[in-house]
Design a protein around this ligand. Sequence first.
Ligand SMILES: [Fe+2]
Ligand SMILES: [Fe+2]
Length: 273
Amino acid sequence: MRILQLSDTHLRGDHKLSFGVVDTRRCLNEAADHLKSLEQQPDIVVITGDLADSGDLDAYHILRDTLTQLGIPVHAVPGNHDRRDRMHAVIPHWCPAKEDIAPYLCHTVEKENLRLVLMDSMHPGSHSGHLHAQTGDWLERELAKRPDTPTLLFMHHPPFLTGMGAMDEPFENVERLGAIVARNPQLRLCFGHMHRPIITQWHGRTAMTAPAVSMQIDLDLSPGGGDTFRMETPGYLLHHFDNGVWNSHVCQIAVQATFAGPYPFVGSVNPTQ
Ligand SMILES: [Fe+2]
Ligand SMILES: [Fe+2]
């Protein structure tokens, strides 16, 4: 089973440049072309949030039309730049949440020897991650259904500290999330939001963030870091699960990267609806 994790496409539907610099539509098309060229196609694509740059409706239409061409099932969670109502309106089959968890876009993909649990960690208008009481209850119920089955947990916001200055914001209810993770050794944790690959351990589990399909956040480990980006090579994660062996590969997208930057995140929007 090959699960390909894309993240942070930050797509704009109005043909303008994201943050005045990045042609995120071109980035998406380059990623789609790269995925089409892979000899070993993934079984599932998961997008870990910030699909749109400011939650605009057209961005979700473009994403749906572009990625549907791959012919691979796509699943997604929202990020702080997304709008749940518009994801639900345009790509409900990517985030098929049941009514008992509304309005949060959480769902589980069940395979014979593997589970993908997709959790909604966004709060409208907020840049940082949240575990709401309702999503925490849902996560506990879901994990209890098949506690002996290897499980990838996908969310947009990483709950661990990264050393990247401005990106290390408080994650609401992180203590409860940590306790849930500590009780569930079947978990591997996969996030977006950081726009670069980071691998660590959190409450005894392997945890990682995916590089972005669009711009990468500058690797600045000073207290003031984490608030600029650079046009480094974009990428994705490929989680490979085969006969009980589990590896996560950090992969690059074949483009001529300029590494231009640093650029500030000017005009960044976290939609309120
Ligand atoms: Fe992002
Ligand atoms: Fe984000």
